[in-house]
Design a protein around this ligand. Structure first.
Ligand code: FEO
Length: 172
């Protein structure tokens, strides 16, 4: 059984994952209407699906542990961007916020001696390490590319391969 404070903190995380899913959906939709960004578009559509999966995993866990998962109301995310670098900067900042929220949750689970929740959260700890690594790496590449159109073309193509390597199933 989850305590009220653990339940509330997990529900806050549900909200954060829902916001992440919406934020990345907005990035995908923006990228889709820019010329030639198929790779980036697919990347964010898939990223959005993954965040929904993170949210669902939390919802199921809260309910399984005798709590009540709440589907959150969320605000409209940022829908237009100054540049591709802007999109990826936002992506990294967002993931850093999620990581810090997961860390706080882990801390709370230990403080409350809720070892089942602590164990459950380890999946998120690992996931965040990977997401931060990917977001940093992509930002570094974009910094190298700068305004070079050829470089951007290759970046967009490479991002498709990156997803294939991570063995993430296509969104459709
Ligand atoms: Fe589920 Fe990328 O945070």
């Amino acid at each position: 059984m989850v305590t009220k404070s653990i339940q509330d903190a997990l529900n806050k995380q549900v909200c954060m994952e829902a916001e992440s899913s919406q934020a990345y959906l907005a990035m995908a939709a923006w990228a889709e209407i820019q010329p030639g960004l198929e790779g980036i578009t697919n990347f964010f559509y898939q990223q959005s699906d993954e965040e929904r999966m993170h949210m669902l995993k939390l919802i199921r866990y809260i309910n399984e542990r005798g709590g009540q998962a709440l589907v959150p109301a969320i605000e409209q995310p940022m829908v237009s961007f100054k540049s591709i670098k802007h999109v990826f900067d936002e992506f990294l900042q967002h993931e850093l916020k999620v990581s810090s929220s997961i860390n706080e949750l882990v801390h709370l689970s230990l403080a409350e001696k809720d070892y089942a929740t602590h164990n459950f959260l380890q999946w998120y700890v690992n996931e965040q390490m990977e997401e931060e690594r990917v977001a940093r790496n992509l930002n570094d590449k974009l910094t190298l590319v700068g305004d070079d159109k050829g470089g951007l073309y290759l970046f967009d193509r490479d991002i498709l391969n990156l997803r294939a390597k991570q063995a993430v199933a296509p969104a459709e």
